[in-house]
Write a protein that binds this ligand. Structure first.
Ligand code: IMP
Ligand code: MG
Length: 178
């Protein structure tokens, strides 16, 4: 889908590498949450594909909810100002919550989300992020379930967009500006 576009550069992570990592993360979560009923909180829109793949690799009864936040607007740099566009339906009180993120860049979005969700008194709160950009984190948030480390370039695919495009690519590639 759109894979011949002149805006698509080097492939950083192939579809096979993504699927293998998602499987590994799912197995880890299955082991760590044995006997529990975790609530996966997906951060829209970027995490929708990762969430769909991840939940099928977790061999537990999981609940799912989504939250939509905006940290970039149409820009390609995080401003640190996070806006909640859609809040959760679920009550987090005493739940084992796992935030499911597409990518950690500056970490500012995650930092805000963790603070916001912790205030709702969950039993536990962990983070599962598919991609983490090397060297860009401005915060010290711990990501218990960390997927694949990538260079600090702007990337698209596997749910990630550039101005809403390229989310449907099955791999992760560099985005080349016009
Ligand atoms: P942070 O607050 O800088 O960590 O940015 C987090 C959010 O920005 C992610 O959840 C993504 O939705 C988006 N984002 C960060 N880097 C990229 C990128 O390279 N491509 C597309 N979206 C990105
Ligand atoms: Mg996101």
């Amino acid at each position: 889908m759109d894979s011949d576009s002149k805006n698509i550069g080097k492939i950083f992570v192939t579809e096979e590498e993504i699927q293998a990592k998602v499987k590994e993360l799912g197995q880890l979560i299955t082991k760590d949450y044995a006997g529990k009923n975790p609530l996966l909180v997906g951060v829209l829109k970027g995490a929708f594909i990762f969430m769909a793949d991840l939940i099928r690799e977790i061999d537990l009864e999981c609940d799912v909810d989504f939250m939509a936040v905006s940290s970039y607007g149409a820009a390609t740099r995080s401003s640190g100002v996070v806006r909640i566009i859609k809040d959760l339906d679920a009550d987090l009180t005493d739940r084992d919550v796992i935030i499911v993120e597409d990518i950690i860049d500056s970490g500012l979005t995650l930092s805000y989300l963790k603070k916001n969700l912790l205030a709702r008194l969950p039993q536990s709160l962990e983070v599962c992020a598919m991609f983490v950009k090397e060297g860009l984190q401005k915060t010290n948030e711990t990501v218990k379930y960390e997927g694949i480390s990538i260079p600090p370039d702007f990337v698209v695919g596997y749910g990630l967009d550039a101005a809403e495009k390229f989310r449907g690519l099955s791999y992760l590639a560099a985005y080349l500006k016009d």
